[in-house]
Design a protein around this ligand. Sequence first.
Ligand code: SF4
Length: 345
Amino acid sequence: MIPQTDRPGADPIDPQIAPQIEPSWQAQLRDAVRSGAELCQLLELRPQQVALSAQAAQQFPVQVPRAFVGLMAKRDPADPLLLQVLNSALEDRHQDGYGPDPLDEAAYNPLPGLLHKYPGRALLIVSGKCAIHCRYCFRRHFPYAANNPGRQNWQPALDYLAADSSLHEVIFSGGDPLSAPDTQLRWLCERLEQIPHLQRLRIHTRLPVVIPQRIDAALLAWLTATRLQIQMVLHINHPNEISPALARALQRLRAIGPCLNQSVLLAGVNDDLDTLANLQERAYAAGVLPYYLFCLDRVQGAAHYAVPRHRALELVRGLRQRLPGYLVPRLAIEEAGQQSKTLLG
Ligand code: SF4
């Protein structure tokens, strides 16, 4: 067969109108922005407009996929997406009551890679990596190196799950579990399928929000093949994060049923009624239902994101007045030692 452009009389393909080949999610991960200075340069911010902290970046390196940077406004140091990822000097301030393990997770970590906090479900730290480093992350100091079993060493955690018939759900967490390759995720999912009392697999991920191409054929292949019921829980904090590419990815994800969203209430990012209402409306239009709106976990370095409790309650009351009930997320905090999340308001 003669290639299209070699046919007599055929016009050569104009590179301007040829379809763009999107880089794979793995390539986008590799190509992420890894310094606050580069981020500022890309967004045309002058050094005097931002106070960066080298110390904060050393403790928790900057990492932002370029597609997510593309959703930020240029020359705006208060852009709500930028504020979530820039290594700010505010992180260096000590604040009483904030620590490296705000949820006391070390007490619920019986085996490498496994956390068992609540009845009926347990959590696997499938990957210590994330596509994006959110500065408010409650696991920014988590000992991932000690919780990285690798394929050969998952057996103790699998035996633990098999031995407790009160467990019906496993949560893939991290880091971001979708930063792991599909071969590894499929392998682990197949091991879980062999445990008869497990019914559901929940996946907590922010990766598709920042690299929508993560929702690809390889992921959908194992998600739709498993006997386990899949529940995807996304992490979207601001309506500007819902790009056309994410909406297209979420369309593909409808094959596994509706997704839920959990957000963190963050000062300067989403602590106003219009933003929160818009977030719920836009997420729902893309097929995502609200789940939780979390008050900040008191992790060291993130105190400047805290929103006072009375303001959080006021915002949720405002959402209830403005939106139908099914679009109002549950305001919650996670408290160390409790048997479940604590609902507020
Ligand atoms: S993607 Fe999730 S786990 Fe990773 S840094 Fe952000 S909040 Fe933390």
